[in-house]
Design a binder for this molecule. Structure first.
Ligand SMILES: *Cc1c(COP(=O)(O)O)cnc(C)c1O
Length: 409
């Protein structure tokens, strides 16, 4: 398959990059529901243990159904990118049972007690807790700063030589903040720190952080890569192939956060339509943002596609389209937020994001209900804030549903 002419479009890559060579000529990579793999002889067993390909030994170590998903994601993140010598960039992906498992592998395989992670304030809730509550207990420290200010990034790197990894998430919850991947990576490299990017909100269709020289990209595949909300999953990609195959693979295999064949199969099918879905998601999101920005019941819209968003310019620099996530503030506060959410008829009340259907949540009454109001507001979660992942339904139906619900607040 790879001997073919080079594929020039990302949908072709998503559909054809991987999964072509299975022994039984199945059109799709089968769901290899097996915990272990057989050896024809002792010699063959020892060859497989000694080889670079550890996918046909034991499924915690790897499995051909995972490989198809991994090679597809690696091809998407590397699509059109070259190494400094002009050769095509190669990446290694490791599929995990969840985004959180992939992130645990990332942090534990690259850092040790005494090292520090430099990151920013608006992080996914699970990442924030993993860093500050769980990793803190292992002696791996975290410093959070505002990375919009590159001087703060430079100061932090200069003052603290224990910073070994700079972890950025862009765009990020809930106000869709974006930071400059290229500039932050340049600073990190001057101070010999590794850089990892949580690319979950963007997907490789909208943003390819390896273009800027980052070391790792992370995805919760639960979101847009799967696209249909059928499975939890995560992936970690790296460009240092030896390091990925040895150290990172070892931590991944020993921590035990492996995927499973059924979820990997669902992910592979979902990714085939990534470009089509993202085009529609983003087109719909822009229309929704403009509709809401002009609506009398709405105080404010946070969408990086609007020129009023503080990070509009940086997101336009590094993203193909602004994405499908937004949040907005209802003028009527907490009660209006609840009434609005309750009045929705087609759009779905749920946390998570990146599914074909439009999902809305009201963080103040749902995901962040347990926090005190002052604490919530520090994270940007005001009383009337609604978080919305715009789906691929017909735009008129999304707008009609929002309009009828806004009339009831
Ligand atoms: C969902 C999500 C995660 C965590 O992934 P899981 O698959 O839920 O473990 C991490 N980062 C971002 C940005 C996410 O949206």
């Amino acid at each position: 398959m790879n001997k073919q002419f080079p594929l020039t479009g990302i949908s072709s890559v998503a559909i054809h990059a991987a999964g072509k060579d299975n022994a039984d000529y199945a059109h799709l990579t089968p769901i290899y529901a097996t915990s272990t793999f057989t050896f024809d002889s002792a010699q063959e067993g020892s060859d497989r243990f000694a080889g670079a390909d550890k996918t046909k030994i034991y499924s915690r170590w790897g499995n051909p159904t995972f490989t198809t998903a991994e090679e597809t994601i690696a091809a998407l993140e590397a699509f059109g990118l070259s190494n400094p010598d002009g050769s095509q960039l190669q990446l290694k992906a490791l599929l995990h049972s969840s985004g959180q498992a992939a992130m645990t592998t990332l942090f534990l395989s690259t850092l040790k007690a005494g090292d520090t992670i430099l990151s920013h304030f608006s992080l996914y809730g699970g990442t924030h807790e993993l860093l500050l509550k769980v990793l803190a207990q292992t002696g791996i420290k975290t410093t959070l700063i505002d990375m919009h200010d590159l001087n703060l990034v430079e100061d932090a790197l200069k003052k603290d030589p224990s910073i070994k990894l700079v972890h950025i998430e862009t765009p990020a919850n809930p106000t869709i903040q974006c930071v400059d991947i290229e500039e932050i990576t340049l600073l990190a490299k001057q101070h010999r720190a590794l850089v990892s990017v949580d690319n979950t909100f963007a997907t490789p269709y909208l943003q390819q952080p390896f273009q800027y020289g980052v070391d790792f990209v992370f995805h919760s595949t639960t979101k847009f890569l799967n696209g249909h909300g059928t499975a939890i999953g995560g992936v970690l990609l790296g460009k240092d192939l030896d390091f990925m195959r040895t150290t990172v693979w070892k931590w991944h295999a020993l921590l035990g956060g492996n995927s499973n064949p059924f979820d990997a199969f669902l992910l592979t099918q979902g990714m085939k339509t990534l470009e089509l879905r993202m085009e529609r998601h983003c087109h719909n999101a822009m229309e929704v943002a403009e509709f809401l920005a002009n609506h009398p019941a709405i105080a404010h819209v946070n969408y990086n596609g609007l020129s009023s968003h503080p990070d509009h310019a940086v997101s336009m620099k590094q993203m193909r389209h602004p994405g499908a996530l937004m949040s907005y503030e209802l003028k009527g506060g907490l009660d209006a937020g609840k009434r609005f959410i309750d009045a929705l008829q087609m759009c779905v009340r749920a946390v998570s994001l990146g599914t074909v259907d439009t999902l809305l949540s009201h963080p103040a009454s749902m995901s962040h209900f347990g926090l005190k109001q002052e604490e919530r507001i520090k994270f940007g979660i005001t009383d009337g804030l609604i978080r919305m992942s715009v789906g691929i339904e017909n735009i008129a139906d999304i707008l009609n549903d929002l309009e009828q619900a806004l009339q009831k607040v």
